[in-house]
Design a protein. Sequence first.
Length: 137
Amino acid sequence: MPRITGQRTRFPSSSEKYDSLAEAVFRNDLERQLDRIASDVDGGNLILAFVDADLTPSVARADVFAVANTGGITITAFDDGRVGQVLTLIFEDGNTTVADGANLHLAGGANFVSSADDVLVLIFDGTHWYEVSRSVN
């Protein structure tokens, strides 16, 4: 694109065109990478593991969690949920119970007792987690 400087019209040199193109490509790639990272941070693409034996694990960093406790525990709440968050728990053990109660509302008002390969899906309304579905495998 020509630049007007005073009375003369100046056309960009080949190296200026290349620099502008390289900068545009770099910025576009950088923006895509930052979008991907932001999506990961917002819970878009991560499957994280809960800390072993945490009775009230944080769900702030992802929406899908692997659950693999080495001993019998009962999860009584989830910390740091976001309104509208859909939480998927993939159980890799038979050691975890999710307790129906204060802010966890499970199907039939009963605790969920895991076995390996089970999946539990919950949704958060800002106060309570409600069971959406379960798959007992």
